[in-house]
Design a protein around this ligand. Structure first.
Ligand code: UGA
Length: 451
């Protein structure tokens, strides 16, 4: 590839058709590049060829269909076909945590070995997966076991969020390019020009650290809000009012502060654990990241013990858990609060029902549990219920008229894990309302009645 070619549309191959891979492939094709999505999973590729996605992400199926129709986006399992013409190859495979907590690079390195024999001269191999500093040297070593051709390396961390992935990728806040060679910066900068975002050109190590830094900062912010919320409950303050007050300080800001049951999903828990593990390997075992991870891990059990006392025990109570995904607008249940809350409620003697607009406990591969069933409608889940957990802020769950199911002949509890409901409305309906970081007084006669 010559430098002049670097300003035109490119032949791209994205290895790994998980979340990041599929969204990136569709978006790069949308911006006029010729793109191959490559995966060893034939079933996934067959689905994608047919514009079907194996997960729920708003707007993605439509973008896939549109770009596939132009002929610019293809999917294949054939390494030779996908790599031999590629100017830029992006590795976007999973990096699960190893038992030590460190990132397990086995899929990144396997992809590097598999692509190597078909690399064209001077191709750029870009690591998009979240990996620690030092990974590019390992990728180079893996590629060199199978080719003598010259190639370039770069790091291009991803910052999209599930649920808004298409919009985030079409219009990112920034593009971070980690490289050392001016040619690589030039090609990747030209590739990302149509995105209209600031482009940050730094070393690969800084780019990799920036990805961990962003996720760890956001996870710390959430943990900070949660810790503060716990204090507010003890002293009559309201966490939402506190956040409103501090949010006007432009150094702090009012966004991305919602307290709750702790952060979940496939990224924050993993990336905090990885930075914590990395800290331990470099002799910083006692640092902030290790503490944040521990606080998030223990949060749900601590909250459930607290609610258990307030409501006079969960034993023999029917509990509805509303929202099983890790956040709204996704069916992803990786490290979803529901996956901790439901088993703990069962352990505490509750009979649990669940509801989610998109996520399915069994289809996600979670085990069938005694005393738990997922129901198809929110109304069915709320039938004759004693305790309601509004766990995830799906609009349907937040906007539901809970007054309709209120049974006046018994105390019923509504636990708002995301502080989304109107406290006065909920109390008017006659529920005992509990939220995060609000000093709601539970009438002692209600506690006694509910025993
Ligand atoms: C996160 C980052 O936001 C993305 O920038 C990053 O690219 C991605 O991880 C990744 O590394 O791949 P995501 O996991 O999709 O994206 O979801 P978020 O919307 O950031 O939420 C993560 C968790 O934090 C959820 O459990 C959410 O409920 C929780 N959260 C979020 C809060 O508890 N409070 C908030 O104010 C915001």
């Amino acid at each position: 590839m010559s430098v002049s070619q670097s300003t035109r549309s490119l032949n791209l191959t994205i290895i790994g058709t998980g979340f990041v891979g599929v969204v990136s492939a569709a978006v790069y094709a949308h911006f006029g590049n010729q793109v191959y999505g490559l995966d060893i999973d034939k079933h996934k590729i067959d689905l994608l060829k047919d514009s079907q996605i194996p997960f729920f992400e708003p707007g993605l199926a439509e973008l896939l269909q549109k770009t596939q129709k132009t002929g610019r986006l293809k999917f294949t399992t054939n390494y030779q076909k996908a790599i031999s013409q590629a100017d830029v190859i992006l590795i976007a495979v999973g990096t699960p945590s190893a038992p030590s907590g460190n990132a397990d690079l086995k899929y990144v390195l396997a992809a590097s070995v598999s692509l190597a024999p078909y690399l064209k001269q001077d191709a750029i191999v870009v690591v998009k997966s979240t990996v620690p500093p030092g990974t590019l040297a390992k990728v180079a070593e893996a590629i060199k076991t199978k080719t003598k051709r010259h190639f370039y390396l770069a790091s291009l961390p991803e910052f999209l969020k599930e649920g808004t992935a298409v919009a985030d990728t079409l219009k990112p806040d920034r593009i971070v390019i980690g490289a050392t060679d001016p040619f690589v910066f030039q090609v990747l900068e030209a590739l990302h020009q149509p995105f209209g975002a600031p482009i940050v050109k730094i070393s690969p190590e800084s780019a990799q650290m920036a990805k961990y830094a962003a996720n760890n900062f956001l996870a710390t912010r959430i943990t900070f809000a949660n810790q503060l919320a716990d204090l507010c409950e003890k002293n009559g303050a309201d966490i939402d009012e506190v956040i409103k007050a501090i949010g006007y300080d432009q150094r702090i800001g009012a966004h991305y502060w919602y307290p709750g049951f702790g952060y979940g999903g496939s990224c924050f828990p993993k990336d905090v654990k990885e930075l914590a593990a990395y800290s331990r390997t470099v002799g910083e075992a006692d640092n902030l990241f290790n503490k944040i991870d521990a606080l998030n891990e223990t949060r749900i059990a601590k909250l459930l013990d607290h609610y258990e006392k307030l409501i006079g025990g969960f034993e023999h109570k029917k509990v509805a858990v509303l929202g099983l995904s890790f956040k709204p607008n996704t069916n992803d249940m990786r490290v979803a609060p529901s996956t901790k809350v439901i088993p703990l409620l069962i352990e505490k003697g509750a009979e649990v029902v669940g509801y989610d607009p998109k996520a399915s406990w069994l289809e996600f591969g979670l085990p069938q549990l005694d005393n738990f069933q997922q129901l198809k409608t929110i109304e069915a889940a709320l039938e004759n219920v004693d305790v309601i957990f509004v766990l995830i802020e799906w609009p349907e769950i937040v906007q539901f008229d809970y007054g309709k199911i209120r049974q006046k002949n018994k105390p019923q509890w509504l636990i708002d894990a995301r502080n989304q409901l109107d406290i006065q409305q909920v109390q008017k309906w006659g529920f005992n309302y509990l939220a995060i970081g609000k000093s709601v007084k539970v009438p002692s006669y209600e506690r006694a009645k509910s025993k």
